[in-house]
Design a protein around this ligand. Sequence first.
Ligand SMILES: NC(=O)c1ccc[n+]([C@@H]2O[C@H](COP(=O)([O-])OP(=O)(O)OC[C@H]3O[C@@H](n4cnc5c(N)ncnc54)[C@H](OP(=O)(O)O)[C@@H]3O)[C@@H](O)[C@H]2O)c1
Length: 355
Amino acid sequence: MSRTNDEVWIVGATGRVGRGVARRLAARGLTVVPVGRSRERLLAAGLPADAKVVVADSAERIADEIVRARPRVVVNTMGAFAATAPVIARACMPGGHYVDQANDVVAVNGLLALHDEATRAGSTLVTGAGFGVLATEAVVAKLRAGRPTPHRVRTDAAASVSVEAGTLGAALAASIVDVLTSGGRRYENGRLVTAPLGADPQRLTFPDGESATSAGVASGDLVAAHAASGAPFVTATSALVPAAPLVRALLPALGRLLSFPAVRRLVIDRLGRVRTKATPRPREHSWGHAVVEWPDGTRHEGWLRAGDGMDFTADVTATVTEMLSRGAGRPGAWTPAAAFGADLATTAGGTFILH
Ligand SMILES: NC(=O)c1ccc[n+]([C@@H]2O[C@H](COP(=O)([O-])OP(=O)(O)OC[C@H]3O[C@@H](n4cnc5c(N)ncnc54)[C@H](OP(=O)(O)O)[C@@H]3O)[C@@H](O)[C@H]2O)c1
């Protein structure tokens, strides 16, 4: 098997998640190499002028650099994960490891489909290493542990995120457009089926007394909850999806419009440039929630409490990356709790509240 060096590459190191991950890993003494489109922007983060950076502007070019240099772990924060994740993850094999923050059904399933390839190559690939997937996957895994296979699972994700002054960014813009175009999904009788985006609206009251609404989305949380529970009926909602009836009624038409490639490109470009002003997070906590039901009517409910959803995401990715760089991962393609257990969520700073 070809040997990797001790470097951790951060693809998208100028972005919000990438900066947070790079800072955390450098503080833990790892050899961090930023990867991005512009040397100036990469160095602007306060690195010395002669620091090693890798300049490449597409998943394919980044993959070529990975194959040449053999870093031990690659963290992919460049977004558009359905397209970029398989290209970059494959370049890490054999022997190198991979982490991303994908949270849509297509991207998460696409990475998990590399399981056998990764196992043969001795590489560990982790997708959904952020608030989305881990915050709900970890609760499902806790509630399921030591019990028979449940009949029904519902997860709800309510991230609370502060906004930085600047622009929304193309990676986040692409994620928003992908959610709108892919519509909704749920598991029925063990099969992944389409559902309207915004289905199953919920009014959530959190353990701290605050509340929010959420609605159905084709998220990575759904895939992970199904795998972690084995339940034939699974739904997943997110507080990022509008739950108001009028907006929900318009979502399918908007999704169809955005599925035209030219419209998609234009909207991602415009949305990515939208100027944002610094805004504190709306609630003190981000919450992952799951309700698990068994055929005999038994029902268990639990929460994972975290702080800012973006900070938690950077903490999860940094924790997973550090473990991978120490060789702690099992070969294969995984969601985070499947790779490292539900307590990864507490190592990354979350707190379980289980009933
Ligand atoms: N799972 C979760 O809970 C979770 C949480 C937060 C974020 N996310 C996802 O994580 C991703 C990153 O989020 P973010 O807020 O950090 O986004 P961001 O601030 O827009 O950062 C994206 C980074 O990727 C780089 N990039 C974009 N296209 C590139 C290309 N073609 N070649 C090389 N580099 C490229 C950007 O570099 P430039 O400086 O050149 O633009 C930037 O550094 C998004 O997809 C977001 O949806 C998931």
